[in-house]
Ligand binder design. Structure first.
Ligand SMILES: Nc1nc2c(ncn2[C@@H]2O[C@H](COP(=O)(O)OP(=O)(O)O)[C@@H](O)[C@H]2O)c(=O)[nH]1
Ligand SMILES: [Mg+2]
Length: 561
């Protein structure tokens, strides 16, 4: 049975029963299932033709090609009103026309990412995007390749499919095969494109394709991966190869969309159905109770609800605790590596001072400052990323514990409600949310340096002693900036975790209300119905009977699918 048929039956049943909140939930579940976008990441080494391929897939030249991309800035392409949204590391948001994308994502327009861009989101309508797809053009493979499985666990699960773009010259690289291993761990559907087919003659091309396929299959044993040899550039090679890739990709996306939407809608709908069924059973039993017994059952239910409310109050505190534990994990990881990072930054600074020996003190300090952003991204970057990933994993673990607790207490509310009204406890499906953790948007930008140029200039007169002063000053700045790097990343992480915690608390609240509201309303309706005439009670019993039939039909449909 299709989820929308089950949804229609449940909505009708909720209408008969008079449970408006169940009807709203059914509506929300259907909308969410329809609106969820599939995430497709396009990865590969620089210059493989990723951006060219994305443009070919969306049939518009939106992304700059043949440019040096900024490693820290991914470009997200999703369906929406035409335009480009630039999010900065500072949190600021700007809107620009599509023609300006290059200004923010390419080294040329934004050298060293001095604008501090975190992510660029391009919106437009094209047939592929309107299927409900979000593409991410990643700047290079390093940004999706994480260190260690735990770290990747925090990032990759949200990706539905990855397109690895490689080419024959040079052949598939170590970084690219390392990426394949990650794909394996996370059951992400993989497509491999061997681009620039027009560079090879048919014989060479077939050999390159077979070689790439053999390498891929060695790494991704459980997927029957096909390697698509094609030319992403529309003015090169055989256009039918690109067309065939596009149609396979589209077929997968349409199918996957239906399957994932169906799976999540089914879980949600089953929960609504279980809640409705229990509520109806309670109300039916109540219709046959005498006033004294009904009052007693209601009191017992209220008591169970009160206990539930007490424990609910601690959820936010527990999530806040998980957030703090996450930041501690970050601090510990940074602290463990800080000595090494500082020493390496100093060593590289010294090397540069030696290389810059002919320059004046002012020039030397300015050059070292300008180079420090890259130096820190290089040395502190991977450490920071690992530490942030550890923090996210720590948070996710704490959030999962909280979710398990909520599920346990909802089961006990249902048990106590069923017990006091003397109805059989159904198998409850609780659509327990998974915490979604997001990697913080962070780009290190140069701090404002307040240098005293006159003092630096005067150091020239000191000869060898002047160089010593430059060195002392440069090392001091290097130390300060290393600490600043980790501090700013911590700030971005803390903010991100607060957002994640807030969203997760809301999801847990929805889970709880999904069961608590229908039961509470059922008890209220039962009290009202029990006070009515015998004739009205009979009518109500018949309505409940009819609604129960619809719920059973919906549940039967949801369980065969
Ligand atoms: N001959 C040929 N060149 C291509 C093809 N696809 C991309 N290119 C070129 O390869 C260069 C890098 O492409 P780009 O999309 O910027 O690569 P990215 O860094 O992976 O995003 C550009 O000059 C493209 O024009 C292709 O199919 N054939
Ligand atoms: Mg590119």
């Amino acid at each position: 049975m299709r989820a929308d048929h089950a949804a229609a039956l449940l909505s009708q049943a909720a209408g008969i029963v008079g449970d408006a909140s169940a009807r709203d939930r059914v509506e929300a579940i259907s909308t969410r299932a329809r609106e969820r976008l599939l995430e497709v990441a396009v990865v590969g080494e620089f210059k493989r033709g990723k951006s060219t391929l994305v443009n070919a897939l969306i049939e518009r030249d939106v992304l700059p090609t043949g440019v040096l991309p900024l490693t820290a800035v991914p470009t997200v392409i999703e369906p929406g009103d035409e335009g480009c949204e630039v999010r900065f590391a500072s949190g600021a948001l700007e809107h620009h026309p599509l023609s300006e994308v290059a200004r923010f994502v390419a080294e040329e327009g934004n050298p060293g990412n001095r604008l501090g861009v975190a992510v660029v989101t391009v919106r437009l309508h094209t047939p592929l995007l309107d299927e409900g797809v979000r593409l991410t053009d990643t700047p290079g493979i390093g940004s999706v390749l994480e260190h260690g499985t735990e770290a990747t666990t925090a990032y990759l699960p949200n990706v539905d499919a990855a397109i690895l773009v490689t080419a024959a010259d040079p052949p598939i690289s170590r970084e690219e095969t390392a990426f394949l291993d990650r794909v394996m761990e996370h059951a992400v559907r993989l497509f491999v494109v061997l681009n620039k087919a027009d560079h090879l003659d048919p014989h060479e091309l077939e050999r390159a394709r077979a070689f790439t396929e053999a390498v891929v299959r060695r790494h991704v044993a459980d997927q029957d991966v096909k390697v698509y040899a094609l030319s992403a550039r529309s003015d090169r090679g055989d256009p039918s190869a690109l067309a065939s890739f596009r149609s396979d990709l589209k077929r997968f996306l349409v199918h996957e969309r239906e399957a994932t939407a169906r799976a999540s809608a089914h879980r949600g709908l089953r929960q609504v159905a279980d809640g409705l069924r229990l509520a109806m059973d309670m109300e039916r039993e109540a219709l046959d109770m005498d006033a004294g017994r009904l009052a007693e059952a209601t009191r017992a239910f209220e008591e169970a609800r009160r206990r539930l409310a007490e424990r609910t109050e601690t959820d936010s505190a527990r999530l806040e605790g998980a957030r703090r534990a996450a930041l501690r994990a970050y601090d510990d990881a940074v602290e463990a590596a800080a000595g090494e990072v500082t020493a390496e930054v100093r060593r590289r600074t010294d090397e540069r001072i030696f290389a810059l020996a002919g320059s004046s003190p002012v020039e030397m300090i300015e050059t070292l400052r300008a180079e420090r952003v890259d130096l820190l991204n290089d040395i502190a970057g991977p450490v920071g990323e690992r530490a942030a990933a550890e923090a996210l994993v720590t948070f996710a673990r704490g959030a999962q514990d909280t979710a398990r607790d909520v599920a346990g207490r909802l089961e006990s509310l249902a048990r106590s409600a069923a017990g006091s009204f003397g109805v059989e406890l159904p198998d409850l499906t609780l659509d327990v949310p998974e915490p979604e953790v997001t990697k913080p948007a962070f780009t290190y930008v140069r701090p404002l340096a307040l240098g005293d140029q006159a003092v630096f200039a005067s150091w020239r007169l000191l000869g060898g002693r002047g160089v010593r002063r430059v060195r002392a000053r440069a090392l001091e700045e290097a130390d300060e900036e290393t600490a600043m790097y980790f501090g700013r990343l911590r700030g971005a992480l803390g903010q991100q975790l607060s957002d994640d915690a807030r969203r997760f608390a809301a999801a847990l609240r929805r889970l709880q209300e999904g069961l608590e509201c229908p039961l509470t309303e059922a008890v209220e309706r039962a009290t009202a119905a029990a006070a009515g005439s015998a004739c009205r009670r009979e009518e109500r019993a018949a309505e409940l009977q009819r609604a129960a039939g619809l719920v059973e039909e919906a549940l039967a449909g949801l369980s065969d699918a």
